[in-house]
Design a binder for this molecule. Sequence first.
Ligand code: DOR
Ligand code: ZN
Length: 335
Amino acid sequence: MNNITIKSPLDMHLHLRDKEMLKIVAPLSAKSFSAGIIMPNLVPPITTIEDIKNYKQRIIDSIKNEKFEPLMTLFFKNNYTYKFLEEVKEYISAIKLYPSGVTTNSHEGVSNMNIEELRETFEAMSELGIPLCVHGETDGFVMDREAEFVPIYEQFAKNFPNLKIIMEHITTKNSVNLLNCYDNLYATITVQHLFITLDDIAGGMLKPHLFCKPIAKRYEDREALLSVALSGHHKVMFGSDSAPHPTDKKECFGCAAGVFTAPIALMALTSLFDSNNALENLQAFVSDNAQKIYSYKPLDKRIELTKKPFVVPLNYANIVPMFAGEELPWSIVTK
Ligand code: DOR
Ligand code: ZN
């Protein structure tokens, strides 16, 4: 097959930032995708209906003429009242929980994962049908942080069977296995975690532009992620976690975590699914599964790709993308 058309591709985990950065990156996502789940970790985070409405409008203004729906999220706080959650529900697609301090702009996140402390909010979300997106890492040893979070996911899943829980950007074989243990657990997977392991980041010359949280893991972990994504498993969806940082914040002492993949994600995924003879499952991974999980009907938008090489730019303004300067076998047909 030399051409493929994807119906309404969705990016179910996206950082668009704000101000100048937003103006650079939002149109790039809108070129490939018909909607995206927009992460709320701005400074300060998105915690009110006003914040959501205003940020959504700034995103729409940045996109200009492209068809793209920003699906908004709220930054999880444990003191939201039922009444507030009932009101905010119509403006959001999910609430994102960050353990405090585990990643970029997460210091206002939750410092105590105690189930009893979270019960009231989780019960309200279950009742109102608001999905919970989770950054599942502890503050332990960097390679073990996601594995150490597994018992917490299990407690969440067992205690709140009616809460839809999305394990964001999973990176380990353990997390893949967990998906089949609980009906209410789902997952997103990024581009970078399907392509790289820790070796690509730190095994040779250090590659700061591949550094993100959670960090890419071992070969067997990547294999497990690949096999579940390529099979089109119904509980797994694409979420890029595209997280742009300006070059001076990446190429320095104290490199910010985040890989910028938004402009190349769909081409990289098509190339990957093709080289693994799995193109027939790409539509499920980049759209259909997410539609079912989120009960979401996307805008009608078709993106055609062709098997012609795309040379990834060295930078988009002051941001370096994944695969900068490299060739991807598939490109988007621009009309
Ligand atoms: O690498 C990351 N960057 N991981 C996250 O969880 C957040 C993100 C960001 O916002 O930069
Ligand atoms: Zn993220």
